[in-house]
Write a protein that binds this ligand. Structure first.
Ligand code: G3P
Length: 220
């Protein structure tokens, strides 16, 4: 399972890379806006920093301008992936871009039918948003299961990025279902690592080791 980090924050990306837990990055207009930095400069830095795919979202809403914007971003680096919203216009743009070998990430997917259509259009990645479904009392993970079954039934190459991840159980459940990728906020990556019993256990081991060494030293 690949881990992408869902952020445009350079410090978080660097920390995630140091941990060896960043196979790629996903950004969106809201994440970019939080950073308060010039968009293209920030994106170029992220593309340089990360060896894996970096998703950059278009803000145009019609296919023609989505394609224009996508081509501009695709030139910024070999690892650029263009995030396209899953709308009628988005579908047209995905089809056009994939026919030209430009990698796409179909975003804002909330139903299995949307996921089927973007795979047929040739999307490289499909991003179902699970947290936002949970928010409206619909199990987001059910969507992941359905999308994985559909892709498996027809051997689609499109990889599923579990998005809108909000907690460690989202990641664990996605892994149990065999999702290809989860895009995870840095705060959730940290939660995945920490366990109070690990901390208590380590403290006890170190204390016992210290006492043992004192006793050995006394006997000498
Ligand atoms: O990957 C999509 C993500 O950025 C959206 O997350 O928490 O705003 O639903 P959230």
């Amino acid at each position: 399972m690949k881990f992408f980090i869902d952020t445009a924050n350079l410090e978080e990306i660097k920390k995630g890379l140091e941990l060896g837990l960043v196979d790629g990055v996903t950004t969106n207009p809201s994440l970019i806006a939080k950073e308060k930095k010039p968009f293209l400069e920030l994106i170029k830095e992220i593309l340089k920093l990360v060896p894996g795919p970096v998703s950059i979202e278009v803000t145009a809403v019609d296919a023609e301008n989505m394609v224009k914007e996508a081509k501009k971003y695709a030139k910024l680096g070999d690892n650029a992936v263009i995030k396209i919203p899953t709308t009628n216009e988005g579908l047209k743009a995905i089809k056009k871009l994939s026919s030209e070998g430009i990698k796409t990430n179909a975003t804002l997917i909330f139903s299995p039918s949307q996921a089927l259509l973007v795979a047929k259009a040739g999307a490289t990645y499909a991003s179902p948003f699970i947290g936002r479904l949970d928010d409206i009392s619909q199990r987001g993970m059910d969507l992941i299961e359905q999308v994985l079954t559909i892709y498996d039934n027809y051997s689609f190459d499109t990889e599923v990025i579990v998005a809108s991840v909000r907690n460690p159980m989202h990641v664990v459940e996605a892994a149990l279902l065999g999702a290809h990728i989860a895009t995870i906020p840095f705060s959730t990556i940290k939660q995945l690592i920490n366990h109070p019993l690990t901390d208590i256990g380590l403290e006890r081991f170190l204390k016992d080791w210290e006492n043992y060494n004192k006793e050995v030293a006394k006997k000498k």
